[in-house]
Design a protein around this ligand. Structure first.
Ligand SMILES: [Zn+2]
Length: 290
């Protein structure tokens, strides 16, 4: 069946050549990211769970067209159109390397998706979610500091809420890209152990040469953050993993369409504030601060 997307720049890739409808229908773990490379930075847990397993397939959705990418070095003189092509090819290369079940790039301009009135993004995501029916979804956390990331996370949330309750994903996680989730209290953290296949992690982020060459060492930074989380996760005992990523559980927001996103996220912030406040209060003794 022919699929139509809201933007003219959309593209699909099925690395193993399965017909697109079947490829979408088999997706069990779905990543929804704003930019080319966001999936590899934030949804590696899902990618790794599906590699080499015929019962699980990772689906990738990248929403923007890559036109606004910074460029330097070998890419310094590239036009927006050339950058779009380079970034689309890099994302497809990662999909092949990570054996994704299907890779969809919506090719939307990033400024078009920051307005909630622009329904194209949400409609595209809803249409794909209906065809995929994933059990697990990874998207941007709603406290990320990049507005386009949050816009994509919110559109993904609205699209999932449009599904019949029984068809909604059973697990939905907000993941780390521009702002990690180490600030959450430990009991709120969903910790993804990424220790196996560290070579694959490095390769997946390393594919995005135009960004790394553009002056941002996402390859080193992503590995470094995962390593730091692994060591700083627990202060006692030895490291149990060598690579860790954090997620915020967004499942309640998807299951309960009446739950306000800000009210939900602010509870995490309140628990963080309470932890810091409680510790300081405890150390100031009966007299309080003087
Ligand atoms: Zn991004």
């Amino acid at each position: 069946m022919k699929i139509s997307f809201s933007g003219p720049g959309a593209s699909t890739l099925v690395p193993d050549g399965t017909p697109l409808d079947d490829a979408l229908a088999r997706v069990t773990h779905l990543g929804i990211g704003a930019h080319q490379d966001d999936l590899e930075i934030m949804a590696y847990h899902g990618i790794a769970r599906c590699v080499g397993d015929d019962a699980r397939w990772f689906g990738g959705i990248t929403c923007t067209d890559g036109a606004g990418s910074p460029r330097a070095g070998a890419f310094a003189d590239f036009s927006d159109e050339q950058m779009k092509e380079v970034r689309r090819d890099e994302q497809n290369e990662a999909a092949r390397l990570g054996e994704y079940g299907a890779m969809v790039q919506l090719g939307l301009p990033s400024d078009a998706m920051r307005s909630p009135e622009q329904a194209g993004l949400e409609d595209d995501l809803f249409m794909l979610l209906e065809r995929m029916c994933p059990r697990v979804v990874y998207t941007h956390n709603l406290a990320d500091k990049h507005e386009t990331h949050v816009a994509v996370g919110m559109a993904a949330l609205r699209a999932m809420r449009r599904l019949p309750a029984a068809s909604r994903p059973r697990e939905v996680y907000g993941c780390e890209t521009w702002r990690d989730l180490d600030w959450m209290v430990d009991s709120d953290k969903v910790a993804f152990d990424l220790s196996p296949h560290e070579n694959l992690q490095a390769a997946l982020v390393g594919v995005f040469d135009s960004q790394i060459c553009g002056g941002k060492r996402y390859d080193l930074a992503t590995q470094g953050r995962r390593r730091a989380h692994a060591t700083y996760h627990a202060s006692h005992g030895t490291d149990e993993s060598t690579s860790l990523a954090y997620g915020m559980d967004l499942t309640p927001l998807v299951q309960d369409a009446g739950l306000d996103p800000w009210a939900y996220v602010s509870e995490y912030m309140d628990r963080f504030a309470d932890e810091v406040k409680g510790r300081l209060a405890g150390l100031q003794g009966e007299g309080g601060s003087k």
